[in-house]
Design a protein around this ligand. Structure first.
Ligand code: PMP
Length: 351
């Protein structure tokens, strides 16, 4: 049987999101936190495994909404923010506009759902080309615009003035999704403060980057009217009971994850300084938990690092000439720096 003959054309031409598991000693490729949280034994004991999870994740949504002074009706839960991107494009459709390079799932999901994609290149500083986006707003009338700020894989926040210009230009025509996956590391207020002014603003958040990637918990924060429409396409029990209970416990203990974020930010600053001092390496400024850097021969450096047990992300085909390293623990970052400097000096490393 030729299955391909049955597959929809937009799926046939799609490539699956690559999340290869490559064996390594130091894992710095996926923008995860190096610090996890342990579940309290009482949480696991109190789980009723024979019952479905709370379909509305009430407790979790209450905790999130409280954090931002909003109500539960302003929050929608997702099995990771990936799922929420799916729900948003399913609900509103396309065209879907996003700057490039950016997080690949906006384009992958738009294509999977057969929606038109509009990719607008970033400028030479990896900031938004507001002019081009605004003219596309008029010409192509995108339903959704995804802006990841800080942006993955470039690491920078976009200029807030440009984002506000786009929000103004899009009013009543397009929805702007500000993806704040990396916002905890940025040290600015973020865009939640603009929710009251802009009915077309949606904020997307995740717990994945602050130590809970295994749980798959993300959130949309927006006006009630938007949330209730997107909620119609949400699968009934999309967050399992373990994840709901554990995420709620961690959110209640804000001190612990604030401490983790502080550690990561101070390590990012140190790692940036060290990379700047390393001949042959050009790191880009970062507001996130990873750093994009340029080297002369990225494939050789990538392979050399892996030979020494250090896994980073090769950005070939996305930003040629660059690698992306996640900020790890101090020890992991030192292993990475030592390996990188060895490779650039010409040591071949153990095979
Ligand atoms: N947004 C951005 C910008 C990301 O980089 C990622 C993960 N790499 C996600 C969303 C998805 O996060 P999750 O599904 O784990 O919540």
């Amino acid at each position: 049987m030729n299955v391909k003959r049955l597959v929809r054309p937009n799926i046939l031409s799609l490539s699956a999101y690559e999340a290869k598991e490559i064996p390594c000693k130091v894992k710095l490729d996926a923008n995860e936190s190096p610090y996890g949280f342990r579940a309290a034994a009482t949480i696991m004991k109190s789980l009723q495994t024979n019952r479905y999870p709370d379909p509305e994740a009430k407790n979790l949504r209450r905790l999130i909404s409280k954090e931002f002074g909003l109500s539960r009706e302003n929050v929608l839960q997702g099995n990771g923010s990936d799922e929420l991107i799916y729900y948003l494009i399913t609900t509103f459709g396309g065209p879907v506009l996003y700057p490039v390079p950016t997080f690949s799932m906006y384009g992958i999901i738009a294509q999977a759902l057969g929606e038109k994609r509009i990719a607008v290149p970033l400028d030479e500083k990896f900031d938004l080309d507001a002019k081009s986006i605004l003219s596309s707003l008029r010409a192509d009338r995108p339903k959704l615009i995804f802006l990841s700020s800080p942006n993955n894989p470039t690491g920078n926040c976009f200029s807030s003035e440009k984002m506000l210009k786009i929000l103004d230009g899009a009013k009543s025509r397009s929805l702007i999704v500000v993806d704040e996956a990396y916002h905890p590391f940025a040290g600015n207020k973020g865009f939640i403060q603009h929710l009251c002014e802009y009915e077309n603003l949606i904020i997307m958040k995740t717990l994945s980057k602050i130590g809970l990637a295994a749980l798959r918990v993300g959130f949309l924060i927006a006006g009630e009217k938007i949330i209730s429409e997107v909620n119609k396409v949400r699968l009934p029990f999309n967050i399992n009971s373990c994840s709901q209970a554990m995420a709620a416990e961690v959110l209640r203990n804000r001190k612990a994850f604030r401490q983790v974020v502080r550690l990561i930010v101070s390590e990012r600053k140190r790692l940036s300084r060290e990379l700047l001092k390393t001949p042959g390496v050009r790191p880009y400024p970062s507001d996130a938990n990873f750093i994009l850097f340029r080297v002369d021969d990225p494939d050789r450096v990538y392979k050399g690092l892996l030979r020494r047990g250090v896994l980073v992300r090769n950005m070939r085909g996305v930003i040629d000439g660059c690698l992306r390293v996640t900020v790890g623990t101090r020890k992991e970052n030192d292993v990475f720096l030592g390996a990188l400097r060895g490779i650039l000096k010409g040591d071949e490393g153990a095979l």
